[in-house]
Structure formats: structure tokens, C-alpha cells
Write a new protein. Structure first.
Length: 123
């Protein structure tokens, strides 16, 4: 397997793990009307990150890859936003997991933004 293929497979695993871990984390949030809305939004964006990354990996053209990567960047950024809202509103008692997920969202955003920007320059 090439280095590129290893990277792609690692990112597929990583974005899926981010989604699964986010779902589990959301189940631990304090119960309230607000947390229900935030949970829905966060689960949507976190799962969309991985799903759209996988879709980008099967793109039929550079333009399609770029389009899908734009969605990935938007979704992971949205996930980071909702995690920040959870922190600011103190909806979680699990601060270590909240911090870990926020760090992972930030790292995924940096990686996917770079990939998107490289493709944008070479279109």
C-alpha cells in the first residue's frame, strides 16, 4: 500500500472514530432542552465529517473532490463550534473528553483544509 493510501485509510478511520466518540460523548451530556438541540447538531456535523470524507475519497474528478472536501471542512468546523458551545455552557462534566474531541476536531480541520487548499491551487 502506498503512503498516500495509508494516509487515506488512516483519515477514514480517524473521521469515523471522531463520529463514534462524539456520539458517545453526547450521550453523557446533562439533560436539557438545549442539550437536545446541541446534541442533534453536533452528531449531525460529526458524522457528516466522516461520511463526506469517504465520499471525497471516491470522487470522480478533482472538482468533485474539492467540492466534497469543502463540505468536510465546513462540517468539522461546525463540530468544533458545537463543542465550544458545550464547554461555554458547561453541559458536560467530562472535561477531558470534551478537550480531546475539540483537539481532534481542530486537527481534522487543519488537515482537511490543507488538502482542500492544495486541490484548489491545482484545479
Amino acid at each position: 500500500m502506498t503512503e498516500k493510501n495509508l494516509f487515506i485509510e488512516n483519515m477514514k478511520r480517524r473521521t469515523k472514530k471522531f463520529a463514534v466518540d462524539t456520539i458517545k460523548f453526547c450521550d453523557s451530556l446533562k439533560t436539557s432542552k438545549a442539550s437536545a438541540v446541541i446534541t442533534y447538531q453536533l452528531v449531525k456535523s460529526a458524522t457528516s465529517t466522516g461520511a463526506n470524507y469517504r465520499s471525497a475519497c471516491t470522487a470522480r474528478s478533482r472538482n468533485e473532490f474539492f467540492s466534497k472536501m469543502c463540505i468536510v471542512v465546513e462540517e468539522v468546523d461546525e463540530s468544533e463550534y458545537w463543542l465550544e458551545v458545550i464547554k461555554d455552557t458547561k453541559l458536560s462534566n467530562n472535561l477531558a473528553e470534551l478537550e480531546r474531541l475539540t483537539k481532534e476536531a481542530t486537527e481534522l480541520a487543519k488537515i482537511t483544509t490543507k488538502a482542500k487548499n492544495v486541490v484548489a491551487k491545482n484545479r
